[in-house]
Structures are given as structure tokens and as C-alpha cells.
Design a protein around this ligand. Structure first.
Ligand SMILES: NC(=O)c1ccc[n+]([C@@H]2O[C@H](COP(=O)([O-])OP(=O)(O)OC[C@H]3O[C@@H](n4cnc5c(N)ncnc54)[C@H](OP(=O)(O)O)[C@@H]3O)[C@@H](O)[C@H]2O)c1
Length: 275
């Protein structure tokens, strides 16, 4: 993130904290960021941990920033946007929303057409700098605003541009909800290892190190997951037996159905917000 950019955070909860930590990890001076949250303790904690500036109100924060991050729960958005909408300013800052399932059209309807809006969808590994964000920006944003939105997304660890807003529901289903799919797989592996006789500690270590090892191979070998899977699968061996059982039980189509279901749910949530 360009050090001259002043960021404002509305809400000082979990998402604000991990994105600020990611920005600081990337060298952004956290004292260039301001936060406001009615919970003074949360603001105080971010000031003490990261050195951010604490604003007196959302309106006070607005006048002093180039981009404002809406880091509140979706049910609080409408109230916050009404507050911003009444702010009197010549050129409003870029608004960055990290809420799943809230469309830029909804945000612009509540704020006014003159506001440029970005949607950044980070996932929970962002807390460790190991996440990824999908980034979408409305076409009226300037080149500098597009860069600010992308650099903000990079605070998760990595970021990708999403060209059409409708695809943000797919991002939510794939990388937003995605960590839960891997957690479930690791839970089942761990539980089965125990049921087959391993002690809980050994079962947990084997399951989690295997998840990490497989992810690291996908990340670092440059090989596709399909090739890596084929290499572990010797004809007539143990892996082949396990994969055959998964396939015959409909695992692949069931999993695909689950991801499609998550994307549809994202679209439904966005439609509910528009009502
Ligand atoms: N947590 C994640 O891993 C994650 C990941 C990706 C995206 N997100 C998105 O990030 C957004 C925030 O989630 P979160 O988990 O960070 O929520 P959170 O921990 O509840 O933080 C939101 C904070 O905003 C405060 N707030 C409420 N009304 C406000 C107002 N009018 N002005 C300023 N601050 C206000 C809340 O205070 P009170 O508690 O007193 O209401 C709370 O401290 C959500 O849209 C969520 O979907 C979260």
C-alpha cells in the first residue's frame, strides 16, 4: 500500500484487526490509518497494538481519509451508510466493503452515485498473512482507487482481480467458505485415525501435518493437484482403494454441489439486502 494513502476503518473488530495487521506486515505505517468504533476499548486495543489513530466519530474519520473500509457486520451497514451519506464533502473517499453478499449497487443506492465502491473478500487465513482476497471495483473508480483496493486486498497475503461483480459470490463460495471445507476434511481424517487406534495427539498431528504438506506441495511444486494425486496413487494400493470408495460414494459430485450451493446462498444474501 502506498504510504501516502490514508485509510479509515469503520468498525474495529476481527476483520479490521487482521487486515490492519496484514497492511503493517507489508510495511504500511499503521499510524496512517484511523479507526472508529463505538466500543472505545476495541479502538484503544488497536491503537496500543498497532499504533493506529482513533477518530471521534465515523463522520470525523471520513474527512481525513482517501479510502474508508466498512468493517462492520452486514446488519450494521445500513445505519453506517446513512451516517456517511449525510457527510458533506466535495469528493468522497473510496468505500471498501469486506461484507460477503452486499452488492456495490446496494451500497451506491444507500450512499449516492458519486461514491466509488470496492468489494474485497478476504478469507480467515488472512489472520496469519496466508489468506487471499477477491477484489472488485466499480468502473467509475480512478486508477489510484483501483490500486488502493487491490493493495488493501493484498493485506490478506495475496489478491486476485474479479472482473464481474456476480463472480464475487463464487469467490465467497470458493475461498471465503473454502477453509471450512479443508477443516472438515482434516476433522474426519483425525477422528478416523483415532477410531483406528491412534492416540488423539498423534492423530491430530498426522492429520494437520498432512493438510499442510499437501497444501505446500500444491503451492510450491508447480504441479496440478490432479498430477500430484496421481503420483500418490499406486495401482492396486491403499490410496487407490480410498479414492475408489470416495468416487463410488459420489464424493466429487456432492462436493461440487456443496460449492455451487454456497455460491447460490451468497446470491440469495445479496438479494435479501436489496429488498
Ligand atoms: N471475521 C472474519 O474472518 C471476516 C472475514 C472476511 C470478511 N469479514 C467481514 O468483515 C465484516 C466485519 O466482521 P467482523 O468479524 O470484523 O465483525 P466484528 O468483530 O463484530 O467487528 C465489527 C465492529 O464494528 C463495530 N460497530 C458496530 N456499529 C458500528 C458503527 N455504527 N460504527 C463503527 N463501528 C461499529 C462493532 O461494535 P459492536 O460489537 O459493539 O456492535 C464491532 O466492534 C463483516 O462484513 C464480515 O462479513 C469478516
Amino acid at each position: 500500500m502506498d504510504h501516502s494513502i490514508r485509510l479509515g476503518f469503520i468498525g474495529a473488530g476481527t476483520a479490521a484487526e487482521f487486515m490492519l495487521q496484514g497492511l503493517a506486515r507489508g510495511g504500511y505505517p499503521a499510524n496512517r490509518a484511523a479507526v472508529f468504533d463505538p466500543d472505545a476499548d476495541r479502538c484503544g486495543a488497536l491503537r496500543d497494538i498497532l499504533g493506529v489513530t482513533v477518530a471521534e466519530s465515523n463522520q470525523a474519520l471520513l474527512g481525513a481519509v482517501d479510502a474508508v473500509v466498512l468493517a462492520v457486520k452486514p446488519q450494521m451497514l445500513e445505519e453506517v451508510l446513512e451516517e456517511l451519506e449525510t457527510a458533506d464533502m466535495a469528493s468522497p473517499p473510496l468505500v471498501i466493503s469486506v461484507a460477503a453478499g452486499v452488492r456495490t449497487g446496494t451500497l451506491k443506492r444507500l450512499l449516492g452515485e458519486q461514491w466509488s465502491v470496492a468489494r474485497v473478500m478476504p478469507n480467515t487465513p488472512a489472520q496469519l498473512g496466508a489468506g487471499i482476497s477477491g477484489v472488485f471495483v466499480t468502473p467509475d473508480a480512478s486508477e489510484q482507487q483501483r490500486q488502493v483496493a487491490f493493495d488493501f486486498g493484498m493485506a490478506a497475503g495475496d489478491a486476485v482481480w474479479i472482473p464481474e461483480e456476480a463472480l464475487m459470490d463464487v469467490v465467497t463460495a470458493v475461498s471465503g467458505s473454502g477453509p471450512a471445507y479443508y477443516f472438515l476434511l482434516t476433522e474426519v481424517l483425525q477422528r478416523t485415525a483415532q477410531e483406528l487406534g491412534l492416540d488423539p495427539n498423534t492423530a491430530a498431528r498426522l492429520a494437520s501435518a498432512t493438510a499442510l504438506g499437501a497444501a505446500t506441495m500444491i503451492d510450491q511444486t508447480g504441479q496440478s493437484p490432479a498430477i500430484l494425486r496421481e503420483r500418490v496413487t499406486s495401482p492396486g494400493g491403499t490410496t487407490e482403494r480410498a479414492l475408489e470408495i470416495l468416487r463410488n460414494g459420489g464424493f466429487e459430485s456432492l462436493f461440487q454441489e456443496a460449492v455451487v450451493g454456497a455460491a447460490i446462498r451468497g446470491r440469495e444474501l445479496a438479494e435479501d439486502m436489496e429488498d
